[in-house]
Design a protein around this ligand. Structure first.
Ligand code: PNS
Length: 162
């Protein structure tokens, strides 16, 4: 059984992320979507909301589980018995940072590989930051996130602005 971990901030989970999840399952038998608190990025949603939205967005996909993780990624991946870390790469601009992370993580555990996957071109420009901006300004979200995620964000930001 090959287990992969797909770590990220998922603030919020987008259609680009779910595209990567489906692709990962062509390589791994099971996938753990691991939501990091990542306070450095000042996320708009708290970890519990991000986990909940990731669960909702992946509910139709078999062999996926979603959970939060704290601390360093490498010991977490080891604890979960996984063999690989999945990261999505959209453009060359993603590469440098991803390359650094992958090499650092491999330094921490030589037995652990990072697998880079490319999302479908239609999602290649999509970032959680774009979604956040659209959500906060009341823009249309349905093309970028699952309907339930869009609805959650719409309600969240209506409340926020009242
Ligand atoms: O979705 P993101 O923000 O690009 O995800 C980044 C994430 C969460 C994968 C990365 O920040 C991470 O692995 N955080 C856990 C702490 C850690 O292990 N840091 C050392 C590796 S850079």
């Amino acid at each position: 059984m090959r287990i992969g971990v797909y770590p990220g901030t998922f603030d919020p989970i987008t259609r680009g992320h779910t595209d990567i999840i489906v692709r990962s399952l062509r390589i791994f038998d099971r996938l753990i979507v691991a939501v990091a608190p990542n306070p450095r990025k000042a996320p708009m949603l708290n970890v519990a909301e991000r986990v909940e939205l990731a669960k909702i967005a992946t509910k139709g996909i078999e062999y996926v589980e979603v959970e939060a993780f704290n601390g360093l990624l490498v010991p977490y991946v080891r604890d979960r018995g996984a063999q690989g870390i999945i990261r999505g790469i959209r453009a060359v601009s993603d590469f440098e940072h991803e390359f650094q992370m992958a090499l650092l993580n491999r330094k921490l555990d030589e037995g652990l590989e990072t697998v880079f996957l490319m999302p479908s071109e239609e999602y290649s420009y999509l970032t959680s930051s774009i979604i956040k901006e659209l959500a906060m300004l009341g823009g249309p979200l349905h093309d970028f996130v699952q309907p339930e995620v869009a609805e959650h964000l719409r309600i969240r930001f209506q409340k926020g602005s009242s």
